[in-house]
Design a protein around this ligand. Structure first.
Ligand code: DAH
Length: 347
């Protein structure tokens, strides 16, 4: 420890420090350097203490020099510390690097199976000269039931477990229902366009069902209506066979038997011949109920301002949801609205 500090000594110390400082590249050495250069136990500390004992002139000369030395090295050490820390962090980031984009790889979506089959069906029918029609899901009781020849107290209204919409606030929703069938579009289209008419109407329908693997409170139907002169049941059969054969990409057999629906006379049930492989690997086949259909009831034509003396027609309504389940072998209807990626990725 020098007895008396001189400006020259200070300059030499500074030079010496500069040389040492340039070779420092880790925090540990920097810490030692800082403590030796500007720390409490450094020469600088002693020199400041010595100042008091010096005469005024020397104090005046030396004081600011000591202060400048102190400021310089404090600042230099702080900057160096930041630089070294940044370098360490950058080095760490190189190995610890997390590729945020990679943890969320681009997942390609696919069209929902219901939409795929619906579009296919729309293509098939437009190819046969049909129009695609649409209409409200909150429907008047009149369009959903009365106009379709379903009398007020008819059990068919119970048959379809209706959701009634009873808005006390909105007058236009009085006597409304969530449509239980797409047959409402028959009425709407004929009132709008008259006859002849050739439409399909795919869409959602609602029923107050207890939900299980085969029932949902919302599902999809496709309604079909052809009204023209000289329309017969064979047109209906041919139309459905054409559509089904296209959907399943093989010739499909259709069977027609009597059924009951208030809006058709005669009313028909359409079955399809369903081929499948049983548990033991044997090729099997059986008749499967496919849809309701029939020749449009004269009352329905009248309610839609179409002359039943001049025009006749056929109508059908099938469950699109059920058709999709059959096509893909889906056993639980709830999967279709589950939004599960594992399920949807398969299509
Ligand atoms: N709307 C009927 C239902 O939901 C299905 C139906 C049957 C539609 C006969 C028709 C038809 O157009 O003619 O059960």
């Amino acid at each position: 420890m020098p007895e008396n500090v001189t400006p020259q000594q200070l300059a030499e110390t500074h030079e010496q420090a500069l040389r040492e400082f340039n070779s420092i590249n880790d925090l540990e050495s920097l810490k030692t350097f800082a403590s030796e250069t500007v720390g409490k136990k450094s020469n600088l500390g002693n020199w400041f203490a010595q100042l008091k004992t010096l005469d005024v002139e020397t104090k005046k000369e030396l004081g600011p020099k000591l202060q400048a030395f102190k400021n310089y090295w404090e600042q230099a050490c702080m900057t160096a510390q930041q630089e070294i820390e940044t370098a360490i962090l950058n080095e760490k980031l190189k190995s610890d690097f997390i590729d945020v984009s990679q943890s969320y790889p681009a997942r390609k979506g696919a069209m929902h199976p219901l939409s795929q089959v619906q579009r296919h069906i729309e293509k098939i029918f437009t190819g046969m000269g049909f129009e695609i029609a649409d209409g409200p899901e909150v429907e008047t009781e009149w369009h959903n039931f009365d106009a379709l020849n379903v009398p007020e107290n008819h059990p068919a209204r119970d048959m379809q477990d209706t959701f009634f919409v009873n808005s006390t606030k909105d007058e236009s929703l009085k006597n409304s229902v969530l449509r239980t069938q797409t047959s409402n579009i028959q009425i709407r289209k004929m009132l709008e366009k008259g006859a002849p008419v050739r439409i399909i109407a795919p869409g959602r329908v609602y029923r107050n069902e207890d939900v299980d693997a085969t029932h949902d409170a919302m599902f999809y139907q496709v309604e079909g209506l052809v009204v023209d002169e000289n329309i017969s049941v064979s047109h209906l059969k041919g139309t459905l066979e054409t559509m089904l054969s296209a959907v399943f990409a093989k010739t499909m057999k259709v069977r027609i038997r009597p059924g009951y629906f208030p809006f058709v006379e005669p009313g028909l049930e359409v079955d399809i011949w369903w081929e499948y492989t049983d548990k033991n690997g044997n090729e099997k086949g059986r008749w499967l109920e496919f849809c309701g259909a029939g020749m449009v009831h004269p009352n329905v034509l009248r309610n839609s301002n179409v002359d039943p003396e001049k025009y006749s027609g056929f109508a059908f309504g099938f469950g699109l949801t059920r058709l999709v389940m059959m096509k893909y072998g889906i056993e639980d209807i709830r999967l279709l609205a589950s939004n599960k990626r594992e399920f949807l990725q398969q299509f």
